[in-house]
Design a protein around this ligand. Structure first.
Ligand code: PMP
Length: 342
């Protein structure tokens, strides 16, 4: 979900951006109107995220998946090692891409635990180029409570499914990247926050659009950016600011998730997948006592207009995605529905 007021403002901006009489889809990306949108979006991101001048804020067209390949292409040499913390489907895909480029050392893995937890006791390789982790595993419903500790190299984080759901702890990070479509805006655009001295170590032989420095040096304007995506992200982040910022978002998100986890923990019919201490506040995954129970609940959910509850095709079960803009009332409605099957 995106905040409804943002959707309404976007509706107006499609026809008339900031009173210019021309819509956001029509303005030139070099014109002063879009420059203002780009500036204010970056400014809002820096303000809300508490991001200093040592980091560049970039908008990369396309979602999070291209970064699985771009990160090693930029930062990993053929004879170098990168450490990856493996917590599920997404870190698995990221590792697959890195292996095409150099050596991947799996510093920690929860595979033996069916990805129900986040193993924080990492065993680092001797001198990794960077340490990659996925702050929120969208499919299994686990989340790092805090970034990995004691990493011997810059952290690189795929924060696609929990960016701006809680305060951004940038210390130790070379880069954070996130597809926008969960908490920030539309699909097909990603936000990248990169420490400038880390970006400077990237491979200079790649085509310019594949080098992160190009986005940093040219203010994401090397070619035509996703202007609509930048606009929506700006509006969403301004909404987050108006809600009280990331600390307030974190409080709300924790309270929403707690409602659901408390119910599941007490229920004989419904069992949460993720273990306490590793549970996601964004994606709550659980199973019913039987497949029939799950199907009956999903059918009633559809009747009530509650959609998207079926777990990811790779793991099954149920998944409630309760991103920033999802209201507490929606979580209460789900608990009531589940309770009817208890
Ligand atoms: N990483 C994570 C954690 C995700 O949740 C997703 C999408 N659900 C992706 C990467 C891939 O994003 P995209 O489809 O935008 O490439």
């Amino acid at each position: 979900m995106l905040p409804e007021e943002v959707l309404h403002r976007t509706q107006t901006a499609l026809v008339d951006l900031d009173g210019s009489g021309i819509g956001i889809l029509e303005h030139s990306h070099r014109g002063k109107e879009f420059m203002r949108v780009l500036e204010r979006t970056e400014q809002a991101i820096r303000e809300v995220g508490g991001i200093g001048d040592d980091y560049a804020v970039m908008f990369v067209t396309a979602g999070a998946t291209p970064h699985f390949a771009m990160v090693p292409a930029n930062f990993l040499g053929a004879d170098e090692t990168a450490d990856y913390c493996h917590t599920g489907v997404w870190s698995g895909k990221a590792m697959e891409e890195a292996r095409r480029v150099g050596t991947v050392h799996v510093a920690s893995s929860s595979e033996a635990d069916r990805f129900a937890s986040v193993p924080t006791d990492c065993r680092w390789s001797a001198s990794p180029r960077y340490v990659h982790y996925t702050s929120n595993e969208t499919i299994y419903g686990t989340e790092w409570a805090a970034p990995p500790r004691g990493a011997p190299a810059p952290l690189v984080c795929d924060a696609s499914s929990d960016i701006f759901s809680r305060p951004l702890l940038l210390a130790g990070h070379g880069m954070v990247y996130a597809g926008a479509q969960k908490n920030l805006g539309p699909s097909g655009i990603s936000l990248v926050i990169g420490r400038k001295d880390f970006l400077a170590t990237g491979n200079r032989e790649l085509p310019p659009l594949l080098q992160y420095r190009t986005y940093a040096d040219e203010h994401s304007l090397h070619n035509t950016p996703n202007t609509f995506g930048v606009y929506v992200i700006g509006e969403v982040v301004a909404w987050i600011r108006a809600q009280g910022g990331l600390a307030a978002m974190a409080e709300r998100n924790a309270a929403k998730a707690k409602l659901l986890y408390d119910f599941l923990d007490a229920s004989p019919q419904w069992t949460p997948h993720a273990k306490p201490g590793s549970r996601s506040n964004m994606n709550v995954t659980f199973r019913g006592a039987t497949k029939e129970l799950e199907e009956a609940m999903l059918a009633r959910a559809e009747e009530r207009g509650m959609s998207g509850l079926r777990g990811h095709r790779s793991v099954g079960g149920i998944r409630a995605s309760i991103y920033n803009a999802f209201p507490e009332a929606g979580v209460r409605a789900l608990v009531e529905l589940l309770d009817e099957f208890s």
